[in-house]
Design a protein around this ligand. Structure first.
Ligand code: ZN
Length: 309
C-alpha cells in the first residue's frame, strides 16, 4: 500500500481510562490520521492484548509504528516502575509500561492523563507556545500536570502537578476536616475544588443527591443552595490555584475534564486568584483545553516525540 507522505510516520498515542481505550495517530499537520476506541477490558492480560490488537490495526492502515505513547489515569512509580492510583484498578502494582513494551516489541512511553493534557495543549492547543503550562483536570477529582517549554515535568517522584492532594487548612467548607480523601490524607484540595466536592456539599445541605452538572443547572435557574455551593466552589478553586501561581507562576492554566466547560472558571476565578497572588501583578491566562477529550490521546502521541523532559 502506498501511503500519502502526510501519514508516513504517524505519531501514535493511546488513552487508557477505566471505561475506554482510545488509540489515535497524528499526521504531520497534527490532524487525526486515525482514531479508534474500545471498552476497557476488566483484566490486565486482556488489556495488554487489546493494545496489541489496536496497534496491529493502526499498522494495517498506516504502516509500521516503532513507538507509541500512553496516557493513563494513573502514574508509574519512579522507584518501582509499577502503576499506582489508576482508576482501572487492575493496573495498580503492575509494570504496565514495561509489559506493554515487551508484548509489543515497541518503545513505549507512559505518562498520566493530566501530563498528556499539558503536553498536548502546550504543543498546539490553548497554551501553544507558552513557556510554563499548568494543566488542570477538573472532574470528579482534581488532576494536574506541568509542561515547561513543551516538555512534561514528571518530578523526582513522578508526582509533579498533583495539586489535588495538597493539604489545605479549613476554609469554611463543612466537609473539610471531616472526611478523609481517597488518597489516605485529609483536607486535600480535591475535597473542596472537585466535582465530587460539589456533590458532597449539595448532599450535606439538602439531603439530596445530584450530579455536578445538575447542581450547575440548578444554580443557573436561581436555586439559592446551588448558587451558594457553586460560589464557594469557585472561591476554593481560585485560592487553591493561587498557590500554584505563587509556586510555579504558569503562563497559562489550561482546563480539561468534565467541569472545564463551566464559564465561571474563566470569568470569576482569575479575579479571586489575583487577590491571593504575591504582589498582585499577575497577568496569566485561564483557558479551556482546545482539544477537549482528545487531549489525552494527542498528548500521548507527543510523548514519543520528546514531550517528556
Ligand atoms: Zn487526597
Amino acid at each position: 500500500m502506498t501511503m500519502p507522505s502526510s501519514v508516513k510516520s504517524p505519531l501514535v498515542g493511546f488513552d487508557l481510562c477505566a471505561t475506554k481505550i482510545e488509540v489515535a495517530a497524528l499526521d504531520d499537520g497534527g490532524g487525526f490520521a486515525l482514531r479508534m476506541r474500545q471498552p476497557t477490558p476488566d483484566n490486565y492480560a486482556a488489556t495488554i492484548k487489546l493494545f496489541g490488537d489496536l496497534l496491529a490495526e493502526v499498522e494495517a492502515q498506516l504502516g509500521p509504528v516503532d513507538s507509541f505513547g500512553v496516557s493513563a489515569c494513573g502514574s508509574l512509580s519512579r522507584r518501582t516502575g509499577m502503576m499506582r492510583n489508576a482508576n482501572a484498578t487492575f493496573l495498580n502494582g503492575r509494570p504496565f509500561e514495561r509489559d506493554l513494551a515487551q508484548a509489543s516489541h515497541r518503545k513505549v512511553v507512559l505518562s498520566n492523563d493530566a501530563n498528556c493534557l499539558a503536553a498536548s495543549e502546550a504543543f498546539d492547543g490553548s497554551a501553544a507556545g507558552a513557556g510554563i503550562v499548568f494543566a488542570v483536570v477538573l472532574g470528579n477529582g482534581c488532576g494536574g500536570g506541568i509542561a515547561i517549554n513543551g516538555k512534561i515535568v514528571e518530578g523526582a517522584n513522578g508526582i509533579a502537578g498533583e495539586w489535588g492532594h495538597n493539604p489545605v487548612p479549613g476554609t469554611g467548607n463543612p466537609t473539610v476536616g471531616q472526611t478523609r480523601c481517597w488518597c489516605g490524607h485529609a483536607n486535600c484540595v480535591e475535597m473542596s475544588s472537585s466535582g465530587a466536592a460539589l456533590v458532597q456539599n449539595y448532599r450535606d445541605r439538602t439531603g439530596r443527591d445530584a450530579e455536578a452538572d445538575a447542581i450547575i443547572k440548578l444554580m443557573r435557574s436561581g436555586d439559592a443552595v446551588a448558587s451558594k455551593i457553586i460560589s464557594e466552589w469557585i472561591e476554593h478553586l481560585a485560592r487553591n490555584l493561587a498557590t500554584i501561581a505563587n509556586i510555579l507562576d504558569p503562563d497559562v492554566f489550561v482546563f480539561g475534564g468534565s467541569l472545564a466547560y463551566v464559564p465561571e472558571i474563566y470569568s470569576k476565578v482569575p479575579q479571586i486568584m489575583k487577590a491571593h497572588i504575591f504582589g498582585g501583578d499577575w497577568f496569566s491566562r485561564l483557558k479551556p483545553a482546545k482539544w477537549g477529550d482528545s487531549s489525552g490521546v494527542r498528548g500521548a502521541a507527543r510523548l514519543t516525540a520528546q514531550a517528556i523532559g
